[in-house]
Design a protein around this ligand. Structure first.
Ligand code: SRM
Ligand code: SF4
Length: 578
């Protein structure tokens, strides 16, 4: 990234402050020898299946998290054994586009080194779970053999860049994807430590700083960038730290509206934390995207809170400094004023499932994948089926922000072959289930996520079975309603923009939220606190019944719950906890 933007600023939070006045993570980053720490030593330590606490933190920048199997935690404690340490690896995959060759390699890694599954995430990439320490290097090296990496997939940096999955308007989509990919390549940190530790490269001493933009301390916190193509808001643009809304005219792509300051994460009982929807601050031409990434990220790098990590996301910098001030600071770094934002319209944040045809006549199959888990389970051999398809497919796979998959760019004369494989493996996901199920997202949660307070991926499908029966009873089986569950308030399924949402409080207990906007344009509000399934069903049942009987033509469930007075509309993130 550009060094020009490294101008000194704001002494209260500037990196030149003594480290002891900043949070412990800042000290760790600054003294980590550019993210090397003692990762090599931790990996080589045969006494434990884990790594040092500090190395675990640093490994996040390398796309790797230490976890332990929480299903086994109590039993192992009783047996006085260390936790069943294992690792999660997250791939960097801008826009979720994956070639069949890469799919096959990732499938092999999943079977050989992980828990035998692939997990498609809400930011359009793959995660591996259950990787043992000794299998980390072989996994990363296998990815490298198909030119994939995990750099900055986690950590205080620019995370995986998202891009709308829109095979219908393929020419413009291709251009937006190309720009999103370039922005990802631009924002990725230069990280020699990664190549040394995982790929065995020799350390080379250079004259300049190893990372000219991020420096030694990187960003105050994770930073998320996304590109969206109206009328689909599939990436939930208002939840991104920095977003680009593609504006297309008669001649093609004209540029992007820029959004800043979105985010979901919050903490129960901490009103100073809240989800926030991004603001649209102006329009830029196509060739200013990377400069805009630099300018916005530099403002957050220099002004973000480096003392309190709970308030270190860009959304709080925007709240604390004020939108006008932040916009002026971005413009001063850009050296030009943003143009007025152009009109645009979103109609959905869901995916197109089933067969569709693109501008160029190629076919695409959108496949619903429950909670994004690709596995062979309970007689449904989805992982084998997708492997068989990858072996013959000549287009690509596109991972969606709703944890689904598009088998994309199937030439007309190849469609029959793909259809035959879908039939042979019984892969009918897109057509099976209610509209409620097809619009459901659950984060991973138990047993791997160390922050989970309740089940999510393993529970939401069962809850949906009960709720969809209620919707069907009132003639609403085909009514799309967004429903999202997270095992804790961090909100990895982007629950606070869903029409119905659940966040875990304790085993079997959830907060319930209603009133989110159908295409992600409005935050929801808490309706029930810390309740179990019985209360969830007994409280939601009458609301669903009234919706069936009293809704206005075209009225969405989230809008209805506000009109009917179940929840008050949230107009700004700060109001979320009122
Ligand atoms: Fe997330 C932390 C999983 C998307 C907000 N997230 C985690 C960790 C790494 C837990 C941890 O820190 O120990 C989870 C690993 C669980 C596991 O076992 O795999 C985790 N997050 C996920 C994924 C896999 C959920 C999924 O089911 O798909 C998503 C991976 C995305 C990717 O491919 O990069 C995922 N996480 C999100 C999103 C949605 C998004 O980005 O569009 C959010 C909300 C948006 C936002 O960032 O505001 C999100 N994750 C968080 C947070 C809260 C951050 C905050 O601002 O407070 C945490 C906790 C943290 O960072 O301290 C977190
Ligand atoms: Fe884990 Fe919480 Fe994210 Fe779910 S929302 S994956 S429980 S951090």
């Amino acid at each position: 990234m550009s060094e020009v933007l490294n101008k000194p600023v704001d002494r209260s939070r500037d990196l030149s402050q003594p480290l002891e006045r900043l949070g412990p993570d800042e000290t760790l980053k600054a003294t980590s020898d550019q993210l090397r720490g003692t990762i090599e030593e931790s990996l080589a330590d045969p006494i434990t299946g884990g790594v040092l606490f500090s190395d675990n933190k640093l490994m996040k920048f390398h796309g790797i998290y230490q976890q332990d199997d929480r299903d086994l935690r109590d039993e192992r404690r009783r047996q006085k054994l260390e936790p069943a340490y294992q690792f999660m690896i997250r791939v960097r995959l801008p826009g979720g586009v994956c070639t069949p060759e890469r799919w096959l390699r990732l499938d092999e890694i999943g079977r050989r080194y992980a828990d035998g599954t692939l997990r498609l995430t809400t930011r359009q990439t793959f995660q591996f779970h259950g990787v043992l320490k000794g299998n980390l290097k072989p996994s990363i090296q296998a990815m490298h053999s198909v030119l994939l990496d995990t750099i900055a997939a986690c950590g205080d940096d620019a995370r995986g860049v998202m891009c709308s999955v829109n095979p219908h308007r393929s020419a413009i989509h291709a251009e937006v994807y190309r720009i999103a990919k370039a922005a990802s390549d631009h924002a990725i940190p230069r990280m020699p430590a990664y190549h040394e530790i995982w790929l065995g490269k020799e350390r080379v001493a250079g004259s300049g700083p190893e990372e000219p933009f991020y420096g030694k301390q990187y960003m105050p916190r994770k930073f998320k960038i996304g590109f969206v193509m109206p009328p689909s808001n599939d990436i939930d643009i208002y939840t991104q730290d920095l977003g680009f809304i593609a504006i297309a005219g008669p001649e093609g792509l004209e540029g992007f509206n820029v959004t800043i300051g979105g985010g979901m994460g919050r903490t129960d009982g901490a009103p100073e934390t809240f989800p926030r929807l991004a603001d649209v601050i102006g329009f830029i031409p196509v060739d200013k995207v990377n400069e805009t990434c630099d300018a916005v990220m530099a403002v957050q790098r220099d002004y973000g809170d480096r003392v309190d990590r709970a308030r270190a996301r860009f959304k709080y910098t925007v709240e604390d400094k004020g939108l006008d001030w932040i916009k002026a600071e971005i413009e001063s770094r850009l050296g030009f004023a943003l143009a007025a934002a152009r009109p645009f319209e979103f109609v959905t944040n869901g995916d197109d499932l089933g067969w569709t045809t693109g501008d160029d006549g190629n076919h695409h199959f959108g496949l619903f994948i429950e909670s994004g888990r690709v596995a062979n389970r309970n007689g449904y051999n989805l992982m084998d089926g997708l492997r068989a398809i990858a072996e013959v497919h000549q287009g690509e796979f596109r991972l969606t922000p709703n944890q689904n998959l598009v088998i994309a760019n199937i030439a007309p004369d190849r469609r029959a072959e793909i259809e035959e494989l879908l039939d042979r493996y019984g892969i009918t996901g897109a057509n099976a289930g209610s509209a409620l199920r097809r619009n459901s997202i659950a984060c991973v949660a138990l047993p791997t996520c160390g922050l989970a307070m309740a089940e999510s991926e393993r529970y939401l499908p069962k809850l949906v079975t009960k709720l969809e029966a209620m919707f069907a009873e009132h003639g609403l089986a085909d009514e799309p309603v967004t429903i999202r569950m997270s095992g804790c308030p961090n909100g990895c399924s982007r629950p606070y923009v869903a029409e119905i949402a659940f966040t875990g409080r304790a085993p079997g207990k959830y907060n319930v939220y209603l009133g989110g906007g159908f295409h992600g344009q409005r935050l929801n509000r808490m309706y029930l606190e810390n309740v179990g399934e019985e209360t969830i069903l007994s409280e939601l049942g009458p609301i669903i019944a009234r919706y069936g009987a009293e809704r206005l033509p075209g009225e969405r469930f989230g809008d209805f719950t506000i009109r009917a007075g179940y929840v008050r509309e949230v107009k700004a993130g700060r109001e979320f906890n009122d």
